[in-house]
Write a protein that binds this ligand. Structure first.
Ligand code: BV8
Ligand code: ZN
Length: 257
């Protein structure tokens, strides 16, 4: 990764802070999965789905209005995920956890690329595209392969209501206890690393500020400034798949672990 001297300086400084940190919280967004070929939420406006506003599709109202359309959108993303592989950014975060006494990884993403890269106990603030449930009786639903290609959502085997993806839609609460857990971790950490998010969606996007106000050092990795850049002490401009491995490399060389 060729970077200007001052960027190299900043990278070394952040690597030093990371190597010393006892308690680290990492918050990732769609940007960390972009290099795995998963369209980010903002890019999702490209292509066929660009005619739809993701916030309209990713909502209970959108699903009620046109369950087939929303189902097809999620099934296209689900099938895309089956083809995707974790990238070096996901892998670097899994390696970071091994070298950090206490690391909390929270993601806004509904993909399972962190888990497939080896990360454990991933906090999915906005749910997961690998879980489905009945929208009425909440019964978990195991997706069959032909349901991945069906143009309408399946019906619950118990009560007959529609099956929905196990994700948090706009206007819905985050999973019970999840917000408290990650909020407390943000308030207690030495270093808060935010990677690949536009920092638009609340309450997740408030976390870097919460960490900073509680005394943590905030580091952002993004290809362009975002809504959370103002809360960051260090902004490392670049792709997650390049910056995160470079940080791990410097940490290993600094012999701190
Ligand atoms: C709730 C799951 C309340 C579904 C998602 C007005 C003002 C303030 C708030 C609101 C408001 N109106 C409504 C709200 C609340 C709303 C909200 O925040 N709206 C926003 C739009 C203003 N929030 C909610 O509704 C939340 N719930 O508030 O409940 C409540 C209270 C009481 C009672 C009942 C309810 C729930 C929000 C969860 C929505 N679900 N996802 C699905 O995925 O289909 S949100 C979805 O978009 C993602 O999960 C993510 O969280 C969010 C943003 O996506 P990002 O991950 O940031 O991706 P994005 O594309 O935006 O950006 C990518 C970034 O990566 C960019 O910065 C880019 O530069 C960078 N990048 C690209 N490539 C790379 C890279 N970086 C590094 N390397 C690269 N290679
Ligand atoms: Zn049911």
């Amino acid at each position: 990764m060729t970077t200007a001297p001052e960027a190299q300086e900043q990278l070394a400084e952040v690597a030093r802070l990371l190597a010393q940190a006892q308690r680290v919280v990492v918050l990732t967004g769609a940007g960390i999965s972009a290099e795995s070929g998963i369209a980010t939420f903002r890019d999702a406006r490209l292509g066929y789905w660009s005619q739809f506003d993701p916030e309209a599709l990713a909502s209970p109202e959108g699903f009620a209005r046109d369950p087939g359309l929303v189902w097809r959108w999620y099934m296209e993303r689900y099938r895309g995920l089956l083809q995707a592989q974790p990238n070096r950014g996901h892998q670097a975060l899994a390696a970071l956890a091994v070298n950090t006494p206490q690391l909390t990884l929270a993601t806004q993403n509904i993909d399972d690329l962190h888990e497939r890269a080896g990360s454990r106990a991933v906090l999915h603030l906005h749910g997961s595209l690998n879980s489905f449930r009945c929208q009425r009786c909440k019964r978990p639903h195991l997706l069959t392969s032909d349901e991945q290609h069906s143009v309408t959502p399946p019906s619950c085997l118990t009560c007959g209501a529609l099956v929905r993806p196990g994700v948090v839609w706009f206007g819905e609460m985050l999973p019970d206890g999840m917000l408290q857990t990650v909020w407390q971790a943000a308030r207690a950490c030495d270093l808060f690393l935010v990677v690949g998010t536009s920092g638009v969606v609340m309450p997740a996007a408030a976390l870097p500020e919460v960490a900073r106000n509680a005394g943590a050092t905030v580091v952002e990795v993004n290809v362009t400034p975002s809504e959370v850049t103002s809360a960051a002490h260090h902004f490392l401009k670049g792709k997650a798949g390049a910056v995160l491995p470079a940080l791990l490399e410097l940490m290993q060389h600094s012999g701190h672990n």
